[in-house]
Design a protein around this ligand. Structure first.
Ligand code: SF4
Ligand code: SF4
Length: 182
């Protein structure tokens, strides 16, 4: 058996637990959120061309759109870079402000970054973004601890540059050995 398998299995369990936390604790809050992430006031949305084309209902080619963007005549909220597009300071076109919901929820075109926010698995740890008001760190730590079991302790640390990003990593607990009094 490959030595990496237990790590991969653990990462998968964390990913499942993070996704379940979102479904149970985050998504039900979105409709009454005071500071919806989809308004992109503090968050930046990373998109591929196919998503830009779909969400902004563009019928021009990508080179034509890029030229328009570079000349300053494109949507002012979109910036191009590294072959991707970054959207900031205007609500996402898929955001339904009245319902407080995403119009492309559950569809393939929905950007993967949207599904990851605010709690996601990353390289065997879970990252929680506290800019989402629905994230309760204590509850999340308890949630992950229950999902992973008593073999591991959940350790939290804040990103130095972006302290609202909390990494929750796992520390293996020492095995307790044999209780000889029994
Ligand atoms: S910030 Fe959190 S609660 Fe608010 S809309 Fe986004 S995911 Fe939902
Ligand atoms: S695609 Fe949906 S979830 Fe993502 S920012 Fe737009 S409205 Fe929000």
């Amino acid at each position: 058996m490959n030595a990496q398998n237990p790590r991969r299995r653990l990462a998968k369990e964390l990913a499942v637990a993070a996704a379940a936390y979102q479904v149970t604790n985050v998504i039900p809050h979105c409709a009454q959120c005071a500071n919806p992430c989809c308004k992109l006031e503090s968050l930046v949305l990373e998109l591929e061309w196919k998503q830009v084309k779909f969400l902004w209902k563009l019928d021009e080619s990508r080179p034509a759109f890029d030229r328009r963007l570079a000349s300053g005549k494109g949507p002012e909220e979109i910036r191009a870079g590294n072959g991707l597009y970054y959207v900031h300071r205007k609500p996402c076109p898929a955001y339904d402000e009245l319902q407080g919901s995403c119009r492309v929820y559950g569809q393939e075109i929905k950007p993967p970054g949207c599904s990851d926010f605010p709690v996601y698995e990353d390289q065997g740890s879970v990252v929680a973004d506290l800019r989402c008001e629905a994230v309760d760190l204590k509850k999340l730590v308890g949630w992950l601890s229950r999902a992973i079991g008593p073999e591991f302790r959940v350790i939290q640390s804040a990103d130095e540059e972006f302290p609202f990003l909390i990494t929750l990593s796992l520390k293996k607990m020492p095995s307790r050995g044999i209780d000889r009094k029994r």
